[in-house]
Design a protein around this ligand. Structure first.
Ligand code: HEM
Length: 447
């Protein structure tokens, strides 16, 4: 890729001794940052019995995700091992022709114009959340905001994308999703030092997985039943209808679970971090509130307001830079490659961390500061800002996520003043998604 080529057999810089994986897993964000600062933009280390390559320069990242994408697969990556037992062979985990077929089937439902029609569902569900918050808003009781936003994005996703209102089942569904995330987040491929603990969590995981699969089947059955009766009031769920027409039962269940799991937790985390950062930066929060006042007056936003809600949107974009909900992307090389002058053997594991890229001091001015206005002019250079990944496997839900996060933020900030509970510890934890380790407890006061 570059003019200089390392002598054959030379590996990119990195620690010579195998990395202590238990220590790495205890704080993966510090590990990936340290590797980059200490050894540079292309590094390698021995971990879990194999050599791992990490790339943190936009052109190298682009090579893997876009220019030479045909040489890379998601199969047999650590993410794959973690997700496949739950999600089977859906859009997130499939590869090759099978993936391309699934992507074609799902793509129309996620077009920008299509997701704009979900605005009513998004604002309605957010206003319902505010109604549930009202008693706590009156007496100042702190709210587990992270948890509530996860339920909110789950309700929006199932109604908008699948055309099914989970209603009361949503609560149990949310708990099962939590249990699965906890298990997958602490997933350890080699024997766990504490097998009893693992067995306990595994039992919880299996129960939760069975429950999720049951819900997925219920969602499908209820949509099938609706198809034989009156058309639903909203023209949503057309994706599920299309999938029902195309896929067998197992593939359908995998796809429904994939869309639900990939589509709500991430958006909830983006919103949680945005509310946290706005609380820490009152001058930015004031600008967001002034914009909401200006654009909306007292009314509820619609998709038509999105082009005017620029501060709301930038607040979210900058939050996803500092706290990318997906903090690591991994791929396996299917054939040999050369990256940055180094030989990458067939089968090698190649990783990119958005946490590192998004805070890289060579590319960002004041990399650790929250400056939403950095998104005011041109978008960031190619493959530097990757909250939604890049290349052909880029997030199919990215338009939905941005429309949703912007509208939810506008509705919440119009009605409430959210403040972190004094002294509440906030610390990022890199599990499947990048979440606040202790949750996010905030008080909400009526505006
Ligand atoms: C802020 C919210 C979101 C973030 C940060 C996010 C992030 C990502 C990233 C980084 C990838 C690529 C992973 C890789 O290359 O290995 C991805 C893929 C994917 N996302 Fe999202 N996502 C979000 C919202 C959504 C939503 C709302 C949906 C809707 C169902 C969704 C569904 C998917 C699916 C199905 C894939 C796999 C696409 C494929 O491989 O073709 N995501 N997402």
């Amino acid at each position: 890729m570059t003019a200089t080529t390392a002598p054959a057999g030379t590996v990119p810089p990195g620690p010579e001794a195998p990395v202590d994986m238990a220590r790495m897993r205890a704080d993966p964000l510090s590990f990936v940052t340290w590797m980059n600062r200490r050894y540079g933009d292309i590094t390698s280390h021995l971990g879990d019995g194999e050599r791992v390559f990490m790339l943190h320069r936009p052109d190298l990242v682009r090579h893997v995700l876009k220019d030479n994408v045909g040489n890379y697969t998601k199969a047999h990556t650590p993410d794959d091992a973690m997700l496949r037992p739950l999600l089977g062979n859906g859009l997130l985990t499939s590869n090759g022709e099978e993936w391309a077929r699934q992507r074609r089937l799902c793509a129309p439902a996620f077009r920008r114009t299509e997701v704009s029609t979900f605005d009513g569902i998004i604002t309605e569900e957010t206003e319902a959340l505010l109604d549930r918050w009202r008693p706590a808003m009156r007496d100042g009781t702190p709210l587990p905001v992270e948890h509530h936003l996860t339920s909110l994005t789950l309700a929006i996703l199932t109604r908008a994308v699948l055309g099914v209102d989970l209603g009361a089942a949503g609560e149990g569904f949310g708990r099962a999703v939590d249990a699965v995330n906890r298990f997958m987040g602490h997933y350890v491929p080699d024997p766990d030092p504490d097998p009893e603990d693992t067995a306990l969590r595994r039992r919880g995981y299996v129960q939760a997985r069975n429950f999720l699969q049951l819900i997925a089947r219920t969602v499908i059955a209820s949509r099938r039943a609706a198809g034989t009766g009156q058309p639903p009031a909203h023209d949503t769920g057309s994706l599920l209808d299309a999938m029902i027409g195309e896929l067998d039962d197992e593939a359908l269940r995998d796809q429904v679970l994939t869309l639900v799991m990939a589509g709500h937790e991430t958006t909830a985390k983006a919103l949680t971090w945005t509310l946290y950062l706005l609380d820490r930066h009152p001058e930015e929060a004031d600008r967001v509130r002034a914009e909401i006042e200006d654009v909306l007056g007292g009314r509820t936003p619609t998709a038509a307001d999105l082009p005017s809600l620029v501060h709301c949107r930038r607040a979210v974009e900058e939050a996803m830079r500092l706290y990318p909900p997906v903090w690591l992307i991994s791929r396996r090389a299917t054939g040999p490659d050369t990256i940055g002058g180094y030989d990458i053997p067939a089968g090698a594991l190649v990783c990119v961390s958005q946490w590192v890229l998004h805070r890289h001091p060579d590319h960002w001015d004041r990399p650790d500061a929250y400056v939403p206005d950095r998104f005011a002019d041109a978008p960031p250079p190619s493959h530097l800002y990757l909250p939604f990944g890049g290349g052909e496997r880029t997030c199919i839900g990215r338009h939905l996520a941005l429309v949703e996060a912007t509208l939810v933020l506008a509705v919440l900030m119009r009605a409430a003043r959210l403040e972190l509970e004094p002294g509440f510890p906030v610390e990022p934890e890199a599990l499947v998604t990048l979440r606040p380790k202790h949750g996010m407890r905030m008080t909400a006061r009526q505006r």
